[in-house]
Write a protein that binds this ligand. Structure first.
Ligand code: UFG
Length: 327
């Protein structure tokens, strides 16, 4: 299939692009390089473009005979979204609306959308199933939920078949640990701990030690990037016939911040300073997925469920690429 990968130069998009190629598809990356890295795009065609550029989108969809679109080009930082809701709604909602409009215009009817566990807010029931009430507590989660609703209504017209995939904590490095996380600035836990282990930062800060969890720190469901991408491939394969697919993507196992730090210490063999600080605003205490629906309906099973193998791949990526992608 000819697949447009919006945000294909970013962390998840670049892994997805590589997996599409390996599986016989023809990905075309569409990225404005505001966050992504050109060198993370290897064997795929690359279009430098912005999602706000409707004409460029139409031209790209037409020129490359695109049959499906995968969309990874969003802003992803909860804290930043609270600071700047206008920019989050603009990029995450308005630009996606523009993309969907261009798809409608070009009769492209398959869409795989990167959604997030943030649509649930602070749910009462853990692990989280897809039908739990959507009650985002920040503009990031709300902007993703708004796109899901738009997709739902558009699918009702018969002009869109879509999959909304709600990620828990994507991490690790794919393609033999050659495609990893290089966010600037970095805000995600595992790369930050690795930077501390590499001596690139003075310490790792634990944001809050008084949560109602076993060791007082937040618990998250860490999912290997390769497993995450595999679910997209399976979802894409179903969109010939399925109009609406919604899945949580996680392992269902929670690890606390302290457990993640200990795992990095074990994998790296390094010791480093750990500083306990205040809570970060907007962090739910526990987020773990019930991914039974994806297991059953997509036939999705994870290959790297244990945290150590996830951290090993990230550790290798960061050691092999101490300055990230360099672009
Ligand atoms: N944390 C620390 N210290 C740090 C960084 C993070 O203690 O230096 C903690 C956070 O407070 C949180 C946990 O580690 O409890 C994980 O934090 P991340 O920032 O790595 O991930 P989040 O769970 O906050 O965010 C993830 C994705 C985001 C997405 C969000 C939606 O990484 O991109 O889920 O729920 F927006």
């Amino acid at each position: 299939m000819n697949v447009l990968v919006c945000g294909g130069a970013g962390y998840i998009g670049s892994n997805m692009t590589a997996m599409l190629t390996k599986n016989g598809h023809t990905p075309v990356v569409y990225d404005n390089l505001s966050k992504g890295h050109r060198s993370a795009v290897r064997d795929a065609q690359f279009v430098l473009g912005d999602l706000s550029d409707y004409d460029k989108l139409v031209e790209t969809l037409t020129k490359h005979s695109i049959e499906a679109v995968m969309h990874f080009a969003a802003f992803i930082e909860v804290g930043e979204s609270v600071e700047n809701p206008i920019s989050y709604y603009h990029n995450n909602f308005c630009n996606t609306h523009n993309l969907l409009k261009s798809m409608e215009n070009c009769n492209v009817g398959k869409f795989v959308f990167s959604s997030t566990a943030a649509v649930y807010g602070m749910p009462d029931t853990i692990p989280i199933t897809e039908d739990v009430t959507k009650a985002a507590i920040n503009p990031y989660g709300e902007s993703k939920w708004a796109v899901e609703r738009l997709c739902h209504f558009q699918s009702q017209t018969g002009r869109l078949n879509y999959a909304a995939l709600r990620y828990f904590n994507a991490c690790g490095a794919g393609e033999n640990a050659t495609l990893g996380e290089d966010h600037r600035p970095e805000s995600h836990l595992i790369p930050l701990i690795i930077q501390a282990a590499m001596g690139k930062r003075e310490d790792i800060k634990i944001f809050g030690t008084d949560y109602p969890t076993e060791d007082g720190t937040c618990v998250r469901d860490y999912i290997h990037i390769q497993d995450l991408c595999k679910a997209h491939l399976l979802a894409l394969g179903k969109l010939d016939t399925e109009r609406e697919l919604v899945f949580n993507l996680g392992n269902g196992t929670g690890y606390s911040v302290r457990q993640v730090i200990d795992t990095v210490k074990e994998v790296s063999g390094k010791d480093f300073k750990v500083t306990e600080t205040d809570r970060r605003p907007g962090d739910p205490p526990v987020l773990t997925a019930d991914a039974a629906k994806a297991n059953t309906e997509l036939g999705w099973h994870t290959d790297y469920p244990d945290l150590a193998s996830i951290v090993q791949s990230a550790w290798k990526f960061h050691n092999d690429n101490p300055n990230g992608y360099g672009d």
